[in-house]
Design a protein around this ligand. Structure first.
Ligand SMILES: Cc1ncc(COP(=O)(O)O)c(C=O)c1O
Length: 382
């Protein structure tokens, strides 16, 4: 058989998938494993959103849509940006994609040439580096540490900028650290983007899951340089529906849409109508408040529990992840995750691919009972 592309060969499968596979294998053997690996809310999609999908289906909204998404949804997203983020994007400056991930994929394809550099602030979500590399770019990593609450140092980012730097990615609240950046840091990043003429990619997918501090969109400072990426997955428990969106300069948005038009065309029509309902029906606000309160209770439970058993951790202020230091279990986080799985029957994601040595990522998007049981098992292990 002829060989596979260099691109396919170079791409690493995600560590999360590998841990999940091993956890599932143990479960199949009848072993009771507690998974703290989920990257999605454990709540069901709210009923009013499901009903909108059923309605779209009944009304025959089952045909191709424009590649940028249905106009109603682009308008609702522009309204949302104005209402919640103080951003003035016209509907033409909005594109709808296949999840936040699909939007980011189109974006990197639209702005990166071979050899271009993209600055990532570590620990970071693994798909950023994979997608940058798929576009022929190179990820330049600026580390942050638990001691500084995983908040980046603006001077360190400025030092990482080179003539090849095309873009800088910021993700607040952060997956995997749960860090919520103070407004002055986000403003500082926006100013760096203007000063060095870079694209600032602001991934705001966890914006509604903030427990301390508040959301701020850097596009308010650097509208000509920022692409604001978001989606319905985490806010409305709609991970499987695959609808994300972005707002940004018209030329970038058009390029992203052109790429989407020649690849997946657009997200499923029915899912777009459901996303429209999620963004516009006031009932969604009750759901968000309920989910946020539940996550906040679990966050306190897991943070206090980890500290009580001797695993140091920063206080995550948003999203639904916590990243304890596990060097007490093993110096090498891959080994620590393996020990947690094999001996404590608790599945976590090693920090390796997030560039978080000595740490693992635990998701608290699971029940309080499961969190308590996981903590008890780790305490026994220690
Ligand atoms: C930081 C971050 N950005 C974007 C996404 C993409 O979410 P989706 O493609 O489900 O909208 C995720 C999902 O895990 C994420 O954690």
């Amino acid at each position: 058989m002829r060989s596979l592309s260099q691109r396919a060969k170079a791409l690493k499968p995600s560590a999360t998938v590998a841990v999940n596979a091993r956890a599932l294998e143990l479960k199949r053997q009848g072993i009771d494993v507690i998974a703290l690996t989920a990257g999605e809310p454990d709540f069901d999609t709210p009923e009013h959103i499901k009903e909108a999908a059923r309605r779209a289906l009944a009304e025959g909204k089952t045909k191709y849509t424009p590649p940028a998404g249905i106009p109603e949804l682009r308008e609702a997203v522009a309204d949302k940006f104005r209402r919640e983020n103080g951003l003035n994007y016209t509907p033409e400056q909005v594109t709808i994609g296949v999840g936040g991930k699909g939007v980011l994929y189109n974006l990197f394809q639209a702005i990166i040439d071979p050899g271009d550099e993209v600055i990532l602030i570590a620990p970071y979500w693994v798909s950023y580096s994979a997608q940058v590399e798929l576009a022929g770019g190179r990820a330049v990593v600026v580390p942050t540490s638990a001691e500084e609450d995983f908040i980046p140092d603006l001077a360190a980012i400025a030092r990482a900028i080179s003539p090849k730097t095309k873009a800088l990615v910021v993700n607040s609240p952060s997956n995997p650290t749960g860090a919520v950046y103070p407004e002055e840091i986000l403003v500082g990043l926006a100013k760096l983007a203007i000063e060095h003429d870079l694209y600032l990619i602001s991934d705001e997918i966890y914006e509604h899951l903030i427990y301390e501090g508040k959301a701020f969109s850097p596009a308010a400072v650097a509208p000509e340089h920022t692409i604001t990426v978001n989606g319905v997955a985490k806010t409305y428990a709609m991970t499987g529906w695959r609808v994300g969106y972005a707002g940004g300069p018209k030329a970038v948005i058009q390029a992203m849409t052109k790429i989407q038009g020649q690849s997946v065309t657009h997200p499923t029509s029915i899912a777009q109508w459901a996303a429209l309902e999620a963004l516009t029906n006031p009932k969604s606000q009750e759901f968000i408040a309920m989910a946020r309160a539940a996550f906040d209770r679990r966050r306190k439970l897991i943070v206090e529990g980890l500290r009580a058993i001797g695993l140091p951790t920063t206080t995550p202020k948003g999203a639904f992840y916590v990243m304890p230091d596990v060097r007490r279990i093993h110096e090498d986080e891959l080994k620590a995750a393996e020990i947690l799985l094999e001996r404590a029957r608790v599945a976590v994601v090693p920090g390796t691919d997030f560039k978080a040595p000595g740490h693992v990522r635990m998701s608290y998007a699971t029940s309080e009972a499961a969190i308590q049981e996981a903590l008890e098992r780790i305490r026994t292990l220690l």
